[in-house]
Design a binder for this molecule. Structure first.
Ligand code: UT7
Length: 325
């Protein structure tokens, strides 16, 4: 019998600190940084984002999201045999957020590691977990995207600091006789490292270079649309499906204009696109599982629906997963 992997539960968590555009603009104005609700909404579709309190880390957000996903799946933490966390804002240089989450969940022994593919991280993590389940090396995985991007934002740079937020999303992915994940498609091109990065690193007890996010927004925008279209089409081909088979498109929530133009290029109706960027901002690796959980809990996404998840981010990395929910 063919072995597949299937999502059996979703969960998410947003830290309580919510900041509207107007509130953020007022805070930035105190630092002499000029922006407005109008500009942010028009250029990005973002209306609000959540920022974690200073003592809250990615593993804290990830653990709550994971518990919610476990509850939805009806699975005990002790039954989990693999933990993968996608993050670019880990608690520490090492060990991984996944190991910290494992301990916070009160379990031990199963493999746990992080995947670093920035905003495509969850697509990468889900693909790795799927492969490990299909190969028989895991049966019940927690796949989590968790970020505290507020920690790496340059609040003197209005072109980036208005875009991002904090949060976490998680799924329980289990071995199944029926599919599940139908296809995935992953890519990277390291020649674009410089257009979206946090160039700093730790050396000799000091941070060398800037520890804050820097981005050439227009370059990212142009590349993102073409890459997302390409990977979505490749995943459809691998799944032997067409765009009309997709019930819901769940893109990485970076900018409503990127999301809309990719969806239009695929000739999919915009009503089939899940949008949370307005309320969450760009939560990087957390954005797709967050959007998935929100749409499952709101009743939009139902059992049996065919979903297209797609992401693009620093690296450059990009990819798509098609699954039967
Ligand atoms: O997960 C992947 C992560 N990244 C992305 O998805 C980002 C992709 N890029 C984008 O989303 C867009 O390029 C941005 C939202 C970052 C920028 O939008 P844009 O339409 O490309 O604006 P722009 O960079 O062309 O800037 C237009 C104007 C500039 O002023 P001038 O030069 O025309 O006078 C900017 O200085 O808007 C100005 N501007 C702002 N004004 C008010 C830039 N940021 C702001 C701001 N508030 N926050």
């Amino acid at each position: 019998m063919t072995r597949y992997s299937r999502i059996t539960g979703t969960g998410s968590y947003l830290p309580p600190g919510r900041l509207t555009n107007a509130e953020l603009a007022a805070e930035l104005a105190l630092k002499g940084v000029e922006t407005s609700d109008e500009w942010i909404v028009e250029r990005t579709g973002i209306r609000a984002r959540h920022f974690a309190a200073p003592d809250v880390s990615s593993s804290d957000l990830a653990t709550v999201a994971a518990r919610n996903a476990l509850e939805a799946a009806g699975v005990q933490a002790s039954e989990i045999d693999l933990i993968i966390v996608a993050t670019s804002t880990p608690d520490m240089v090492f060990p991984s957020v996944a190991c910290i989450v494992q301990n916070k969940l009160g379990i031990a022994g199963c493999p746990a590691f992080d995947v670093q593919a920035v905003c495509s991280g969850f697509i990468y993590a889900l693909t790795v977990a799927d492969a490990m389940i299909k190969s028989g090396s895991a049966s019940r995985a927690l796949v989590i995207g968790a970020e505290v991007f507020s920690r790496i934002l340059d609040f003197s740079d209005r072109t980036t600091c208005v875009l991002f937020g904090d949060g976490a999303g998680a799924v329980v992915l289990e071995a199944s006789d029926t599919p599940g994940i139908l296809a995935s498609d992953l890519h990277a091109d390291g020649k674009y490292v410089g257009i979206l990065c946090v160039p700093g690193h730790v050396s000799g007890g000091q941070v060398m270079g800037s520890p804050l996010l820097t981005m050439d927004g227009q370059a990212v925008f142009k590349l993102a649309v073409g890459m997302l279209e390409g990977t979505a089409r490749a995943a459809l081909t691998k799944a032997n499906l067409t765009e009309t088979d997709i019930d819901w498109m769940i893109p990485h929530q970076a900018n409503i204009r990127i999301m809309q133009s990719t969806t239009r290029k695929l000739k999919m109706p915009l009503e089939k696109m899940i949008v949370t960027v307005d309320q969450h901002g760009n939560t990087s690796a957390a954005s797709i599982p967050l959007a998935l959980d929100v749409s499952v809990r709101s009743g939009k996404v139902k059992k049996g629906d065919t979903l297209m998840l797609e992401g693009v981010g620093g690296g450059f990395t990009w990819g798509a997963v098609i699954l039967n929910y």
